[in-house]
Design a protein. Structure first.
Lengths: 563, 166
């Protein structure tokens, strides 16, 4: 005999059936039946009440990024749902698996401008991998099953399920059937053997091969396959922003990071390699700079799951479509073992130039003001190998990424594609909620933190032991840097009069400290990392420091500048 | 730039047309014409989109359309690869209907499909160039209204929907 229950109970039971352990959300009228049901299931599924729906979705993203599971969030109709949009767009462009459930006005009111009615399916369409409105109780469980399957399979992404209030209160049968696939959506593409053969030939003949890896390696759980490929091929490898962590930075083939504020050698030498192997990355404009002058000399091999990414920005010589975990293993088999010492030497040579021109200033400055780089440098000394670094967007993000020592997969959480300020604090909370025992370090700027600072309340309530490092330069630093370099130092609306941040943290009963002098930095970081509980560390840094190297907009990767 | 016909085979899912058109809107590409209908297989719809772009762009459009979860298959053809027709209707005042106009109707293989006390409606099926030619002529005959459908087309290539839903 099948169970009869309210639609709201079906929602919660379906989430439990999908092994969701944690929901981030915010209640309201149209989702109240689901919240009522949650009251009964609090032992099977935990709910975290954030202070804003944007906080809920970024927390779900942080949770998903470190766990590899589907992040779940819950919001009401109208403003609750529209507050999710930034997070959806962020998750869409960064391929983060999410299932967001929104309440909706009762079906008979749809289209009538009812209270808190908004066309969330319409609004969220460009920012979701898939979305659906459910108007009948019997459609709830199948929609959730399909939603989870779509969110986590193939190239992951966010799903939104909008459930009308009548469907939540009506009674229906609960018989959960997980989704295992359907005809319009193919997730597995067999690897083309001839493409592997062609790619292997190119690699075997190459004199200066170069590999770029992105988040696709992490999403495809291909970290080991990447390492084996590099061990055998001897090819230098650089990571994109979101690829960081896929390969330990201690690996001898690792040569650094790509992109507008990446490392000198990896950018410059892109235009000197003869074969470019791109794995699970999409040639974002922040990586390529001017496409017309990007790797034109090279034969390009692209290992990529999503066919829409192949030939989108960079034309490939050989496209290997499919799961890079499979294709990397096949490619490793097909190539001959080699070393590329002279070529690797070029990277190391340029690395020294970058050290002398940039790194030294950043990590061991001689001037009075603290640099963002030295803060990260100190964090590296005390952090655990598997510590997660969560960053916001701007100068601190680029500096933290440049200097943080990534050793393990899924230790990098940042808003890459969308560049969402306000992402870090809630995302760090979500990352920490997945595993309280793991170090989660949230590095954030004084601009970004004020976009979602209310989530300190959620950190207080959950006691999530997030270590928040605020790098405060009293500026919207990245915009100011651009104003300095490209807008004739016209600092238009980038200077901030800031509050006493540590007092705000203290008001939330979060242990806090403010550092303004170099001599106090090391101890403060040590104290923070050993503190049992959340910690808020404000470091006042140099007001007008810049992030280098840099590839200015419209420039080629070979025009990467050191100052 | 070239004229392409994009075929999209989809599940009958609410909002699918919106998801498809967003892909064009994002890139600022104008859809020349669009038609949608149920295919010969119940529950599966086919959408025909006519667009003037370069080949790189049409490939990317098709890839992104095919990425939509409920799209079964999308592909594109140049004009030579499809058999296609459009239908045009012309509303003319009865007062202008004379021997000269009747001759034009015959010459263009158009038909009178409705005759009302005040006007007649002519129908012509063909390619845009043909319906356009008649349009220009009929403007001299007090044309009251004109409507033209989007392209309906079938591919010359021998492929069946069944091969995509296996």
């Amino acid at each position: 005999m099948k169970d009869m229950m309210r639609g709201a109970d079906i929602v919660v039971r379906s989430l439990i059936a999908e092994q969701a352990e944690l929901i981030f959300g915010y209640p309201g009228g149209a989702i109240m039946p689901v919240y009522d049901a949650l009251y009964d299931y609090h032992e099977q599924i935990k709910h975290v009440l954030t202070r804003h729906e944007q906080g809920a979705i970024h927390a779900a993203q942080g949770y998903a990024r470190v766990s590899g599971k589907v992040g779940v969030c819950l919001a009401t109709s109208g403003p609750g749902a529209t507050n999710l949009i930034t997070g959806l767009a962020d998750a869409q462009i960064d391929s983060t698996p999410l299932v967001c459930i929104t309440g909706q006005v009762a079906a008979h009111l749809l289209g009538t401008d009812a209270f808190q009615e908004t066309d969330v399916v319409g609004i969220s369409m460009p920012g979701t991998k898939w979305n659906i409105q459910v108007r009948r109780v019997e459609d709830i469980a199948p929609a959730i099953a399909k939603g989870f399957y779509i969110a986590r399979s193939g190239r992951p992404g966010p799903v939104l399920i909008d459930i009308t209030k009548n469907a939540q209160v009506d009674f229906g049968e609960f018989n959960y059937v997980p989704c295992l696939g359907f005809r319009s959506y193919k997730t597995h593409h067999p690897i083309d053997q001839s493409a592997i053969k062609e790619a292997a030939e190119l690699i075997n003949q190459a004199e200066r091969p170069y590999l770029l890896f992105g988040q696709g390696v992490v999403l495809g759980k291909a970290e080991t396959e990447l390492k084996f490929f590099l061990d055998k091929s001897g090819i230098p490898a650089a990571s994109t922003l979101l690829g960081s962590g896929a390969l330990s930075e201690d690996h001898p083939n690792f040569v650094g990071k790509l992109g507008m504020h990446g490392n000198y050698a990896p950018n410059l030498l892109t235009n000197q390699c003869d074969v470019l192997i791109a794995v699970g990355m999409r040639f974002d404009d922040r990586v390529t700079g001017d496409l017309k002058r990007y790797a034109k000399q090279a034969k390009v091999i692209h290992l990529e799951l999503d066919p829409a990414e192949i030939n989108k920005n960079v034309k490939t010589t050989v496209a290997v479509q499919g799961d890079c975990r499979e294709s990397l293993a096949m490619l490793t088999e097909a190539i001959t073992a080699k070393k590329h010492e002279a070529w690797m030497g070029k990277f190391r040579e340029l690395e020294q130039q970058e050290k002398a021109a940039v790194v030294q200033h950043d990590l061991t400055p001689t001037k009075v003001g603290l640099t963002m780089g030295e803060v990260i440098h100190q964090i590296n000394q005390y952090k655990a190998d598997d510590a997660v670094l969560v960053t916001d967007v701007g100068q601190h993000q680029m500096i933290a990424w440049r200097y943080f020592h990534y050793k393990k997969p899924r230790t990098q959480v940042t808003s890459g594609g969308l560049g969402t300020m306000g992402f870090a604090l809630p995302a760090a909370l979500g990352a920490q909620m997945y595993d309280y025992s793991r170090q989660v370090i949230c590095v954030v700027g004084d601009g970004g933190i004020q976009m979602t600072i209310q989530e300190l309340g959620t950190i207080m309530q959950t006691k999530a032991p997030v270590k928040i490092v605020l790098l405060n330069n009293n500026y919207l630093g990245m915009v100011r840097q651009w104003q300095q370099l490209f807008f004739d130092k016209r600092y238009s609306f980038t200077e901030l009069d800031n509050p006493e941040f540590v007092k705000i943290a203290e008001a939330y009963h979060i242990k806090s400290q403010k550092v303004t002098e170099r001599q106090d930095l090391q101890e403060a970081i040590e104290d923070m990392l050993i503190h049992d509980g959340p910690f808020f560390l404000e470091v006042v840094v140099e007001k007008e420091d810049n992030v280098f190297p840099m590839i200015a907009t419209g420039c080629s990767v070979e025009e990467v500048r050191l100052s | 730039m070239k004229r392409y016909t994009i075929f999209v085979i989809t599940e009958n899912f609410i909002g699918i047309l919106n998801r498809i058109t967003i892909i064009f809107t994002r890139r600022g590409i104008n859809i020349d014409a669009l038609t949608a209908s149920e295919s010969r297989i119940p529950g599966i719809h086919r959408i025909t989109i006519e667009v003037t772009v370069n080949e790189d762009t049409v490939i990317q459009l098709v890839n992104q359309i095919e990425k939509i979860i409920d799209v079964i298959k999308a592909f594109y053809h140049e004009d030579e690869g499809v058999v296609y027709q459009e239908i045009a209707l012309y509303k003319i005042p009865v007062s202008r209907l004379d021997g000269g106009l009747e001759k034009i109707i015959r010459q263009h293989n158009a038909k009178i499909i409705a005759a009302e006390p005040d006007f007649v409606v002519l129908e012509l099926t063909g390619h845009k160039e043909q319906t356009q030619e008649l349009l220009e002529i009929l403007k001299g005959y007090g044309l009251l209204e004109f409507a033209r459908s989007g392209r309906v087309a079938v591919a010359k290539r021998m492929l069946t929907i069944e091969s995509f839903i296996k």
